[in-house]
Structures are given as C-alpha cells and as structure tokens.
Design a protein around this ligand. Sequence first.
Ligand code: SAM
Length: 406
Amino acid sequence: MKSPRRAAVSILRAWAKGHAYADSLIERHASRNNLSAPDRALLNAIVIGVLRNRRLLDHWIGELRKGKLDHETRDILRVGLCQLLILQLPDHAAVFETVELGKAPVRGLINAVMRRAAGSRSKLLDTSALPPAVAHSHPDWLYNRWKRQFGTEAASELMAFNNRPAPTIARINPLCERSSGCESGTDLPNGYFEIDGPIPNDLIASGAIYITDPATRHCVELLAPQPEELVLDACAAPGGKAFLIAAAQGSGEWLTCSDSNEKRLPRLRENLERLHITAREVACHDWTRPAPERWHGAFDAILLDVPCSNTGVLRRRVDVRWRLQTSNIEELVAIQRRILENALPCLKPGGRIVYSTCSIEAEENEAQIAAFVGDHPQCRLAETRQALPHRDGTDGAFAALLETSD
Ligand SMILES: C[S@@+](CC[C@H](N)C(=O)[O-])C[C@H]1O[C@@H](n2cnc3c(N)ncnc32)[C@H](O)[C@@H]1O
C-alpha cells in the first residue's frame, strides 16, 4: 500500500507520460491502494494542487535550485512544494514526508530545497512581480489568446478564477419523488443548490439530484423543449443535458440521445435510468457522418452539445490547460462544423437547433455560428447566451439558438 504522497508522485509520472485524465488516475490509484477517506482527500488535493499550479511550482523550483533535475525528482519537489506553499501543510510533515519519497542519492537535494522553501516562504508567495501566466500557472499561448479576446485585466482574472476550487452544485430532479425535500439555494437559479458538506450519495443514487454547474442550463433554456416535441440530444453522454431536457418536458419519452463514443453510452444509460428517465431511443452515432435515414426530418428540436476545447471549465478540468494546443482548437472547429452540417437535415420544417459548448473561444462559438448561418440561408440566429467564468462566477458556456424557416 502506498502513502497518498507516493501515490501522488506515481500519478504525476503517469499523467506526464500518457493521455489519461487526472481524475481517472486519482480514482484508480486511490482504489488500488485502498486509501482511507482522509488519505484520498489528501491525494486529490496534492494532485489537483500540483496540476493547477504546475508552472508556478516549476518557477519556485528554479529559484530554489539551479541545474537539471530528472523527471521523478522534479515531480517529488512539485508534490513537496505544493504541500508547503499551496496547501500550507505544517513544515515538518511536508519536508520529512517529501524527503522520504526520493531514492537515497537525491534525498539530500530534496531536503535542501524543501528547507530553503520553508525559510523563504513569504518571499516565494509574493507573486506580484511575476508575469501573470507564471503567477497563475497557465501556458503563454492561452494567456495571449485571452488577452486578445477579453483584454489584459480580464485574462488575468480568468486565470485566477481557474485556480480557485469549484463549488459542487446539484440540480434537483423534478422527475423523482424523493427530491421533494430538496430546496433551491438562495443565490442560485431555481432548482439548484450548493453542496458544501459531504456529498449526499443517497440523494445521487436515488436520482433525486444530479451534480452539475448552473451554466449547463443555458443551452436547454434556449432550446425550451415542450412536451410532445421530438427532441434529439446528439452528443449526449454522460447525460447532464438530457436530464435537463427530460425535466423540462416532464418525461424522457420524446427524447432521442446519441453519442459517438460507445464506451460512454453505458454511463449515459445508467444516468438516465437513475434519474427516472426512459428515453425514446439511445443510439451510437458519429455526427461527423450523415445521419441514419430514420432521423431525417424527424425532430422538432436538436441540441448539439459538441465536443470542444473545454476552456470554460478549466477550474474543474485542471489538466486541460497543459494538454490543449492551438491545433486542437482548429481540429475541433472542423468537427463541430461537420456535426452542424449533418444534424441540420434531421430537423422537421421550422425546427430549431441549439449549438452549445463549454468553450470560451470565439472560433468555437460566435465565429462558428456566424460562418454556419452565412452558408445556410434557411437558418436564422435567434439568440445567443454566454457565461464567462471571471464575469459570471460559473463555468464558461456558450449557446446559440438557430431557427429554420418552414
Ligand atoms: C460536451 S460532451 C457532452 C456532454 C453531455 N451533453 C452532457 O451534458 O452530459 C461531448 C460529447 O460528444 C461526444 N462526441 C464527440 N464527437 C462526437 C461526434 N462526432 N458525434 C457524436 N458525439 C460526439 C463525446 O463522446 C462526448 O460525450
């Protein structure tokens, strides 16, 4: 059995080598090592803390030790400095436990760096003179892009926002009788409340609530699905918006859900079942290809919650900022466009599409929709909604309602 700190180093090594997401690595290592609840929480705090503050931690390491480091020693120092300077754990535990993580030849080095860090804590923690992308640990290309799009001050606010822990918010399920005891939070939209204690697993298991950020509601509010309207949720897994659509319609009986990823469909089906939703159909379909014949002209309303860069949810998906590249955004824009093209023939005459992302990049949002509408005179852009994390205090989201003529 590994200590949470040792498990954190293993996770960071695996994360750096592969393509696995931090969340799934944490889950896998916590179960494999049979960690207690407090150790699991510490593991989570260290891994998330290191990934969120990776660039700043490396800056501190550079200040505290000149010269090259092997990858494992660097990860051990990141884990150590994260405990000391980010999580503010007691010095003796952070130093001693971090030194123990190293093999004999590097223990002296780790000890020296950790002690130097403890001695110069207040100097290190004053990040006011650092470039904002270092102080807030984001890649330069993302910071520069946001400066162009939102301005310098807003770009810094956005990066600071991305490094603050996200609240856990639940949506009450009106389709479940057990939800009658749940009440909306005062500062949140109707139907949502914040969970600030232990996660109420019984309410989740019974389908009374679903954990989701209020920003996810915008696209479904724009879609405004009515009872008996046939609705397609084309990129539906794991089912958060399918739930909101069924809740709005009062039933899942008019809802078709699809997703291209076969591995995500079981989770979608489980979520729908737990949330007391029996969908009309759940199917595997890749919307970069033409739709099956049976769906042509079949739907009153279509939600396209397309795959995107996720730049609106970086506070929750802490590793995305280090994985994402400009070329990925270009590829995603092309995929999103193909999904739009292939979904359009599936509308009934006069039907509507809501295109939605959790990106805050203009190319994936406004520019994508302007280009699509420009090429399809039968579509009219009726309304857009955008949530910006630093402005609205929620996850970022974009939704555009496209109406077609009869
Ligand atoms: C943003 S997520 C959807 C989240 C979901 N709507 C919810 O609220 O829980 C995007 C989804 O699109 C799926 N996807 C990616 N490419 C697709 C494609 N070409 N056709 C259909 N689905 C696709 C992914 O597997 C993923 O489940």
